[in-house]
Design a binder for this molecule. Sequence first.
Ligand code: NDP
Length: 341
Amino acid sequence: KVQVKIPTFKLKSGEEIPAVGFGTWLGLDEKLEFKIKDAPKMLEAVMYAIDVGYRHIDTAHLYRVEPEVGYAVRKKIEEGVVKREDLFITTKVWQHNHKPEDVEASVRASLKRMGLQYLDQVLIHWPMAISEEGVDEKIDYLETYRGLEAVLKKGLTRYIGVSNFNLDQMKRLLANCSVKPTSNQIQVNLNLLEDDLVKYCQENDVLVVSYTSFGSMISSRTSPGTPEPRWDSPIMHEMSKKYGKTASQIALRFLYQRGIATIPKSLTPSRIIENASIFDFNIDEADIATLEKFNCGYRTECPVFFQNYTHYPFDKVENININEVPISLRKWKNGANLDIE
Ligand code: NDP
C-alpha cells in the first residue's frame, strides 16, 4: 500500500503539528444546504487518509462529520494502524457557543460525538458570536478564549488556538491571554499571502495553518472573474513539467516553504496521496518569486453575509446586497442541544 511520510512543524514551545493535515468540510450545495449525503464518503476518506499516513485531522462542530471522523479514528486505533497519541485531532467551537460556559459544553459534545477522551487542539472557528437566529451576540472573543483556556486546564484538549483572526485581533489576543494559541487557521493561498499576519504569527510562535490552499485554481471555484493562476496556466504548466509535480502540489509546497501548514480536503484517494506527496522536491528561489506575483489580496472564500457582525475580521465589500447568514451555517440537526444523535 502507498504510504506518505509527512513531517511536522515544531513550535518553540514544543508542540509538533503535521505540515499537511486532512480537511473534513464537505461544503454547501447550490441551495446552500450542507452536503450531508457525502458524510459516508468522508468516513471512508478519513480512514484512507490515516491508512496512508496522515496524522492531523481537521474538523469542526459546524462540519457535522465529527461522528464519522471519530468513528474512523477509533477504527484505525482498533485495527492497530495508529495509536491515539500518534494523531493530532483538531475541532472548532462554532459561533453560537461563544459564551465562556458554552465553550466547555461545545467541546464536551464534540468529544462525545467523536467517542474520544481528549482533543489535540480546539479552535475558536470565527471571532464573531452569532446566535442560531442570526442575532449579533457581540461577545468579545477574549471572553470566548477564556472559556477555551478553562477547557485546556480541565485536560479536554492538549492545545488551543483560533481561526479567521486578523492581525489586530491576534495582537489583542496575545496581549491578553494566559495561554498562547498554538495556531491561527486562516485562508492563505497564492492569491492571498497575508504577509503581515503570517509574519506576526510566526514571530510569535503561532503556527499558521492554511485553508482553501488551492485558492481559485479548483475548477469549481474558477469563474471568469477569478485571478490567475488556473490549473492550466502556462506558468503552472511549466513548473509542473520542471518539478514533475501537479499544480496543486506546487501550491501546497509553496506554503510549506513559507512555514505554513495545510489541511487539503479530498474524497478522492489519488488526490489524498497527491496532496501529501510534496516533501521530495524544492521550489527554487526564482520560481518562488514568480509564484509570489499572484498575490493580489483576492479572497476565494469570502463570507460577506458575516460582514456586518461585530468582530468580522476582513475588509467589508462595499455596495453589495447582504443576504442573511444561510440557515445551514446557524442550525443543524445536533446543533441546538449538542446531542450525539
Ligand atoms: P480545499 O482547498 O482543500 O479544496 C477542496 C476541493 O478541492 C475539493 O473539491 C476537492 O475535490 C478538490 N481537490 C483536493 N485536492 C485536489 C487536487 N490535488 N487536485 C484537484 N482538486 C483537488 O478545500 P477547503 O476549502 O475545504 O479547505 C480545506 C479544509 O480547511 C476544510 O476541509 C476544512 O477542514 C478547513 N476549512 C476551514 C475554514 C475555517 O473557517 N477555519 C474554512 C474553510 C475550510 P474532491 O474532494 O472531489 O477530491
